[in-house]
Design a protein around this ligand. Structure first.
Ligand SMILES: [Zn+2]
Length: 478
């Protein structure tokens, strides 16, 4: 880990940006519960926890502008940021100096945490999110927030879920599984190879076999609407001689709403929750001596923030017993509740593990909504529930297109206003360049010249400006 001594360099340790402020809105707290709560209660991160309680010398310094009550969180965010940067540095040493991998790492390293305000490094610093929700903690939190907002405003609003319960079931499987479980995964031999490498076939096998298994179980309990989340993280299993084996942990979670109380669903629920003698959630070995790894948690949807607790999880010190939440017997909730989308500690991946993980999970969606949770907000506003499934599907398609049309028109209007505002600034620069070179400048040189004068524009805006100014001058001279 890098060591910094000067206070000045430590205060800009967020990749050269200075932290100005930490958000205090509910969405900022949700994001931090997801990022910090998940990692603080993760048994694989003892060192991270220690560093959070007693910040080491290399930790970014928190400026006095951050209010006292938010300082510990800002400090923990800084430590997580440093771990992420250090890990990216380690990954850099394993790839060629130029190419797609290095560009990917550049974007990953340049992504800034959400829910905090930073001072830009310079005028060229656009602070754009990298959108790699499976490797970037900040973009992971962004995508979970997006899902939450959509559900909370629509299918999971208090009105829609009145009198219902939300349930979460989580299954964790190690890629190093002893005999029985290994043969269950469709008799595949995927796990017999190099344990340090994840294959897309493994991901597919786990998703199709265990995903269907978990979904079937939830279905028997009356869960018709919800979301399935697949995640993968580094894990150390124990071998035959108690030696540690570096491998992967597959994690499948279903968060859904419990439907009507039919007799069979009630019976299945009682069995799953271990309310009948000799029953309980299914036991799947996590390798070595780790035992029960299927957990469930249930909360009344009428409880304020029910969806938030089950999706993001709670903060590390949240007293779960006050939340009217039922959880499985073996789920340790002493340090808060791990939500369905809890952040895995990716920065523990070795470079070999990470690159194989990236390839194996390419195109695998983080969330797969099913039932009514699939609907978009636009559609919920414009239509009620439809009886005919075919008509319902067509209507959904029409609404989706309509929603996209509206958003596209809004974006186009915004871009036109923004670009027209740039014309007056860009015209003298454009003319200057034209005089020097004797011909109209191209969009890259106009963009660079604007950049030098302190006006940052995107590539598309520069193209529009070049075309518009060329036409304007041509028309003016005629
Ligand atoms: Zn990102």
């Amino acid at each position: 880990m890098k060591t910094r001594t000067s206070d000045d360099s430590r205060s800009t340790d967020f990749n050269g940006r200075r932290l100005l402020w930490l958000g205090d809105r509910p969405k900022d707290h949700r994001g931090r519960d997801l990022l910090l709560g998940s990692l603080l209660r993760d048994s694989r991160l003892r060192m991270f926890r220690k560093q959070c309680w007693k910040p080491p010398a290399w930790a970014p310094q928190i400026p006095p502008t951050v209010p006292a009550k938010l300082r510990p969180q800002a400090q923990q965010l800084g430590i997580l940021f440093s771990h992420q940067q250090h890990w990216i540095k380690k990954l850099r040493s394993t790839v060629e100096a130029e190419g797609g991998a290095i560009r990917f790492l550049d974007r990953l390293a340049d992504c800034a945490p959400q829910g905090a305000q930073f001072e830009r490094r310079d005028s060229a610093d656009l602070m754009q999110p990298c959108n790699y929700a499976r490797s970037c903690p900040w973009c992971h939190a962004r995508s979970v927030e997006k899902l939450y907002k959509r559900l909370d405003a629509g299918v999971c609003s208090l009105d829609r879920l009145r009198g219902k319960h939300l349930i979460l079931a989580r299954l964790r499987i190690s890629s190093e599984m002893p005999g029985t479980a290994k043969t269950i995964v469709a008799g595949q031999r995927f796990f017999d190879g190099n344990l340090d490498v994840l294959l897309s076939d493994q991901v597919k096998a786990v998703k199709s076999y265990w995903g269907a298994y978990l979904k079937g179980m939830m279905h028997s309990m009356g869960v018709r609407n919800g979301v399935t989340i697949y995640q993968n993280s580094p894990f150390r299993a124990y071998g035959d001689y108690n030696e540690q084996i570096r491998c992967f942990c597959h994690e499948l979670t279903i968060l859904g709403e419990l439907g009507e109380y039919t007799d069979s669903a009630f019976e299945a629920r009682k069995k799953f929750m271990g309310m009948l003698p000799g029953t309980g959630p299914p036991v799947v070995s996590l390798g070595g001596n780790c035992g029960r790894t299927t957990h469930w948690g249930m909360i009344s949807a009428a409880r304020p923030h029910a969806l938030r607790y089950l999706l993001f999880g709670t903060s590390y010190k949240c007293p779960v017993r006050c939340l009217s939440l039922s959880v499985s017997k073996y789920w340790d909730t002493k340090y808060g509740l791990a939500g369905a989308a809890a952040l895995p500690p990716w920065f523990l991946f070795s470079p070999t593990q990470f690159w194989s993980y990236l390839e194996a999970t390419q195109g695998v969606r983080l969330f797969d909504c099913f039932g009514s949770w699939r609907q978009t907000r636009q559609q919920e506003v414009s239509t009620g529930p439809s009886v005919d499934p075919v008509e319902d599907r067509c209507q959904r398609q029409r609404n989706r297109s309509h929603g996209l049309d509206i958003r596209n028109t809004e974006r186009r209007d915004e871009a036109t206003v923004r670009r027209e505002g740039l014309v007056d600034v860009a015209l003298p620069i454009f003319n200057g360049l034209k005089e020097v070179s004797g011909k109209g400048p191209g969009s890259p040189s106009l963009r660079k010249a604007l950049d030098r004068s302190g006006k940052i524009v995107s590539e598309r805006d520069a193209r529009w400006l070049t075309k518009h100014l060329t036409e304007m001058i041509d028309n003016g001279s005629r």
